[in-house]
Design a protein around this ligand. Sequence first.
Ligand code: OGA
Ligand code: MN
Length: 208
Amino acid sequence: MSDFELNPFYELIINDLVNRKYSVVDTFFSPKEIELLRANLKLKRELQSFKKAAIGNNDGQQIVEEIRGDSILWLDEEHPDEVEQMYFDRVNDFIQYMNRTCYLGLQGGEFHYACYPKGTFYKRHLDVFHTDTRRTLSMVLYLNDEDWTPAYGGQLALFLKNEQGVEYEEIVHALPGRLVIFDSKIIEHEVKLVNQPRYSITGWIKTR
Ligand code: OGA
Ligand code: MN
């Protein structure tokens, strides 16, 4: 037998993903780690230029603020700082676990910091491109300030179907430390109007 050890926390996430294609957890990272990641994002925001996020991929990128108003900075896995290294270590541990238990053939990912200024949003969309379907799991980690409240808006809405096939919106508040993982190929979603600067690391775990 192998030395494989079940991880009950990962199992919860995987159960959610299998049963309903999304999972919301608040303890993937510790409060201390969230604090470090938030401080890192704010530092990068001062030192490096976030760019207005575009829609589409290599075949044609466009900035369309009527669709998407966030600014982003991609993390560089080849040259991470100490805090980003911690982030990648944790995500890669989860990827490794998924590959040993679910045979999804996941192979790393791509991740960016995101900042939504007040007054912005991201209209309903799917995260996969027509010409590149490697994105498999979407991961959003909220790094908002500790005093974040639902009144600040910026909820993530997941468009799901009930047993009768009727569509409904599952609303997820962007609480600091919250991690949302969902099936990139199936779940359409949107970011509601933001009333307070909204911070996250968003990314995608991909297949070969
Ligand atoms: C995205 C996205 C959701 C969120 O960046 O593609 O849908 O809650 N983000 O920030
Ligand atoms: Mn998205």
